[in-house]
Design a protein around this ligand. Structure first.
Ligand SMILES: [Zn+2]
Length: 293
C-alpha cells in the first residue's frame, strides 16, 4: 500500500528561526521560540501586532528567554490582550506569565492544560481595534478549543496549529476530530472577503491560502482512502494493530503519531457510517469493524 506523498513547500518570505523576530506585514512581528523539534518544526511562532496598542498571539512555551524577546518587541507599548490559539504545551504556557508581567488580560476558548483565560473568546468575537483588530473564528479539529484570529486590515489569518507550513497537523483523538478539522478547513476557502495570507504557528507565511487548503484536503483524502482500504482488508482491528498494515515501514519515532492519525481516520469512518467501534472508553486499542454494505 502506498503512503501519501509528502506535501510540497508552501511558504514564502523569511524562514523563522528560534530567537529571531521578523516583521512579516506592516506592524505584524513574528517572534519564534527556541523549541525546534519534529512536532514544532523550526519552533513556535508568537506574534505581536499593532503600533500604539498591541495584541499578542500565542506566547509559546513558558520560557524566560522567549518572554524577554517578546518584551523587547513590545517595547513598553500597552498590550490590550494576550490571546492563545489553543492550549497545547508549545503555544499557551507562556501566556499567563507574560500577561501578568504586562498587566494585560489573557484570552482563549476556555480553561485547559493549565491555561487560565481572563476573557472567554469564541466564534464571531472581536478583539482589539484599528490596526490590531481581529475577528475570532472557532476552528475545532486539531484541538477542540482551537481558535484562529483574522486580522481584518490584511485579511491575514493567524492559524495556530489549524494550518502549519509544510506539513499536515497532528490529530490526537479523542480531543482532535478529523470531521471537525475538515469542516473548518473548507470554511476558510469561502470567507468573504477572501483570505490573503496565513500566519501559522509553525513555519513561514503562506500567501496562497486556497491552494494550500486544497493540497491539505487532497492529502487527507488520500490518507482516508488508505485507512479505509486497510480496514477493508483486515475487516477488523485497533489503531495499534492497523498501523503496521497502513505504514509497514514506519520508524518507532513516528509510529505513535501515525497511530494517532490512523485512529482519527477510523473515527471519521464511524461518523460516515462505514465502520463501527466497540463501546466503552475510546483508546488506541479500541477495535473498529468494517460495516457491511
Ligand atoms: Zn497544537
Amino acid at each position: 500500500m502506498q503512503t501519501p506523498q509528502p506535501l510540497s513547500e508552501w511558504g514564502s518570505g523569511i524562514a523563522p528561526t528560534g530567537g529571531a523576530s521578523t516583521e512579516i506585514a506592516p506592524q505584524v512581528f513574528r517572534v519564534t521560540a527556541t523549541n525546534p523539534s519534529m512536532m514544532t518544526g523550526p519552533g513556535t511562532n508568537s506574534y505581536v501586532i499593532g503600533s500604539d496598542r498591541l495584541i499578542v498571539i500565542d506566547p509559546g512555551p513558558d520560557d524566560a528567554r522567549h518572554r524577554r524577546r517578546l518584551l523587547e518587541v513590545i517595547d513598553g507599548r500597552p498590550v490590550e490582550m494576550v490571546v492563545v490559539t489553543h492550549t497545547h504545551i508549545d503555544h499557551a504556557p507562556g501566556a499567563n506569565p507574560l500577561a501578568r508581567e504586562l498587566g494585560a488580560p489573557c484570552g482563549g476558548f476556555g480553561e485547559d492544560d493549565g491555561f487560565i483565560p481572563d476573557v472567554l473568546l469564541g466564534e464571531g468575537d472581536v478583539v482589539g481595534q484599528g490596526d490590531h483588530q481581529f475577528e475570532v473564528l472557532h476552528t475545532p479539529g486539531h484541538a477542540s478549543n482551537h481558535l484562529c484570529y483574522l486580522l481584518s486590515r490584511e485579511q491575514m489569518l493567524f492559524t495556530g496549529d489549524h494550518i502549519m507550513e509544510g506539513s499536515t497537523v497532528v490529530l490526537r483523538p479523542p480531543d482532535a476530530s478529523l470531521m471537525d478539522y475538515l469542516i473548518n478547513l473548507e470554511r476558510l476557502k469561502h470567507l468573504s472577503p477572501p483570505l490573503r495570507s496565513l500566519a501559522p504557528g509553525h513555519g513561514r507565511v503562506i500567501t496562497n491560502p486556497v491552494g494550500i487548503i486544497d493540497d491539505i484536503e487532497h492529502h487527507r483524502a488520500q490518507r482516508h482512502d488508505l485507512v479505509r482500504s486497510c480496514l477493508e482488508s483486515a475487516q477488523q482491528g485497533s489503531p495499534e494493530e492497523l498501523v503496521a498494515l497502513a505504514y509497514p515501514e514506519i520508524d518507532a519515532q513516528r509510529r505513535t503519531v501515525a497511530t494517532m492519525s490512523l485512529w482519527a481516520h477510523l473515527r471519521y469512518l464511524v461518523q460516515q457510517g462505514e465502520a463501527s467501534v466497540e463501546p466503552g472508553e475510546q483508546t488506541m486499542k479500541s477495535v473498529f469493524t468494517l460495516q457491511s454494505r
